[in-house]
Design a protein around this ligand. Sequence first.
Ligand SMILES: [Zn+2]
Length: 425
Amino acid sequence: MIDAQALVKTFDFQLDIQSDNESLLRDACLESRSVYNETIRLAKDGVDWDAIPDRVADDANIVKNTTQRVVAKALGAMENYCEYDDFGQPSHTKDGAYPLRANYEEGYNLSLTDDGNVAFRISAKPYKHVKGILEGDDAHLDILKTALTSDEWKIGTAEALFHDENAELHVNITNTEQTIRNKQNSRAVVGVDVNEDNVALTALSEDGVEDTLVIDFPEIKFERHRYFTMRKRVQNAEKDSIHDTLEGREERFIRDRLHKVSRHIVEWSQQFEKPCIVFEDLKEMRDSIDYGTRMNRRLHHLPFRALQYYTSYKAAFEGIPTGWIDPYKTSQRCPLCGHAERANRNKKRFKCRDCEHQDHSDRGASVNIAVKGVKKHQDWNVPALNSLPVVRTVRRQASGAVDAPTVTHPTVRGYQADGRVGVSN
Ligand SMILES: [Zn+2]
């Protein structure tokens, strides 16, 4: 087994096209579709794969090495099909745009502008360029700027594509100094239970539960509700521009907070020997949570995805692997006796109907997530859990990294969630 893997990240940016020729990029993406289709068609016809790149490139009206990248991707799809023939044969008759895959400094280029932005130049067609500025997550832009100036990161291939009618560039970046440890090779598994107003962490090793931490962020929930109501109001009044401004402002606020929380999770995890951070797999999330109303679903959506994602990539920068488990019944199961029943849980309070174990619900869920993570990825056994350490709670407050003093709660007596104050400002 290989001990580590390269740290490769794909960052998605929006294209602010300033050369006023978005249609050129669109055409190129349609041409990319023809290249893909033609490659698949030739491969199905039994043409020698080595001969395909040149045959296709001769006819394609996009930059040659970009054509080659698209051909390679299509052949990759064919190869997968040949290896696992239950995947269904790739189609060569679809139409519509297809990502334009390009080599750095050949099919596309990036540069820093004087005012600190990242400019892009995509060779959409031979001698015809689409130019502008990249937009996107600040953290991703920061890494990209670092990559442009230091040897620590290497910029690789990128894909220009249209997502919901918006032009995007997905850039591959490899860290040349850092590798990620293989997750199978971990000594501690940190289960992360992400909620609307907190995240619960439990570190589990062969010896038992090492520690638990609950990071409360009531103001994220508070602000999201506040913005949701405000946006609803202007939406009803059909004031779209205000709506969009609010959305942007809310997003920046939430993003900033989630970055801080995710940093906290990674720092906390680093105290354990060879940690692996484990999350619930979002794809299976819907069944496991009591989605009451449509609003609830909306409110839940962003923090889950973003926090897991931010944490996962920050962990990767520290060489820490992440894993994903099926969330089935993680919030209802008793971490001590295994009894699972909906009635075990009442909001933040957990009381097992079988063994009467009492706990902070979210902490309990994080234990269950850690247990599933050990079973899924590790070759060591889940230790017997007879008791759990007290739950420590910290709170992430407004403006900067101000942690409230640590509060401890004896788990045996149950966890008082009701008396806590929300946001003060
Ligand atoms: Zn129990």
